[in-house]
Design a protein around this ligand. Structure first.
Ligand code: M6R
Length: 378
């Protein structure tokens, strides 16, 4: 069932263009035009959820927590609603104060993660017997609508990734990002924070993503496989990103540590000078996500700081950006897209890098030591 791929993880990485297409089909209303008096997004959420919405809080673990950090950025930037993201395991013992205007979202691909379920059960209890509007403001984002999560919350957004077998989440992460694009745009429509032109622009950008992911996979896998040879003995890695790509730095580091057992840290690039820069030398490669946008120049200058400490610099950056080509020792090119859409492309080379380094080390990529596909204990 690996369909010719050596591991399920690699097969699932290659399924991502199809997953993004499935999400677009499920979430976008193809009959929508700027003249329509309806949302361009089909999520079938309760109408009470939208009225007078003032705050969003998201709980999740692991990779789902990283997707939620991107979600926070999208909801705040597109819909203008303040959003908090918490680890479910922390939240359940220190829940934030709640108002009837708060929407709580639990994100879990498996729908079975004990900490996330416990946090949501607590939220359900906190809402019980209150107004219908308050009770409706509980939402799950999951790849398994039939899971325990699906039975617990009044509504779910299905992420349509199909079953994921590799313990390291890949296609379900990309699908969670798609769910957050859809949710943020839907909330923005209801909050009336975007012009019709801007909405159309983002929808157009979303529709181009599957072909762009295909392009990255086709053009880079061989190169990344070669590059991985150089890191078979490496002991530490640093991943840097800023803004909407900071969570992608965290995700790149998590993928690498999970399956290759190499120590890896994801850091917001601007924070590097406040401590982690002390770790850098020629033995610690630095991967920087430098995609065009508000923080592009800033990331490049942070990368220069690492280079000055002899770090080998790997850049996830468009080929067109000639400034980048001069700074980085190795390039993992991604197409130029608007900043909001860049995380879903930037994560692809990082998944391939983690995969090939682990495969090169001869490790059991699909079943890494000490990990299970879903963590059903506290
Ligand atoms: O099923 P969930 O999304 O709730 O799982 C959460 C984490 O356990 C999960 O993302 C874990 O970090 C993965 N192994 C990441 O690749």
């Amino acid at each position: 069932e690996k369909q010719g791929f050596k591991h399920f993880m690699l097969k699932e990485i290659y399924e991502q263009p199809g997953v993004v297409r499935a999400c677009l089909e499920a979430y976008l209303d193809t009959s929508w035009s700027p003249e329509s008096a309806t949302s361009p997004i089909k999520l079938n959420l309760a109408p009470e959820l939208y009225s007078d919405l003032k705050q969003v809080q998201i709980v999740a673990c692991g990779t789902s927590w990283h997707a939620s950090l991107v979600g926070k950025y999208l909801i705040e930037q597109l819909a203008g609603i303040p959003t908090m993201v918490q680890y479910a395991s922390e939240f359940r013992y220190a829940p934030s104060p709640l108002t009837p205007n708060t929407l709580t979202i639990g994100v879990t691909q498996s729908g079975e993660t004990a900490d996330t379920l416990a946090a949501l059960e607590m939220e359900k209890q906190r809402r019980a017997g209150q107004s219908p509007r308050f009770e409706a403001r509980l939402l799950g984002i999951t790849n398994r609508p039939e899971s325990s999560l699906g039975h617990m919350v009044p509504q779910v957004i299905d992420t349509h990734a199909g079953i994921e077998i590799g313990v390291a989440a890949t296609k379900t992460f990309v699908a969670q990002l798609m769910a957050f694009y859809a949710l943020a745009l839907d909330l923005a429509y209801h909050q009336q924070t975007l012009s019709a032109t801007r909405l159309e622009q983002i929808l157009l950008g979303l529709r181009q993503l599957p072909a762009q992911i295909e392009l990255i996979l086709e053009s880079q896998e061989r190169y990344i496989e070669e590059l991985a040879h150089d890191f078979a003995e490496t002991q530490d890695f640093i991943f840097l990103g800023r803004g909407i790509n900071f969570p992608i730095a965290l995700e790149g580091a998590l993928k690498l540590k999970e399956i290759s057992y190499i120590h890896a840290e994801g850091y917001p690039a601007g924070e590097m000078k406040h401590g982690p820069i002390a770790l850098l030398d020629a033995k610690v490669p630095v991967v920087a996500i430098a995609t065009p946008g508000l923080v592009y120049e800033k990331v490049l200058s942070n990368a220069q700081e690492a280079k000055a400490r002899d770090a080998r610099l790997i850049g996830v950056t468009p080929l067109e950006a000639s400034e980048s080509a001069e700074i980085f020792d190795d390039l993992l090119p991604v197409p130029v897209v608007e900043e909001l859409l860049s995380p879903i492309l930037a994560v692809i080379p990082l998944q391939l890098l983690a995969y090939h380094i682990a495969a090169r080390r001869g490790l059991d990529v699909d079943q890494p030591r000490n990990l299970a596909k879903s963590v059903t204990v506290e």
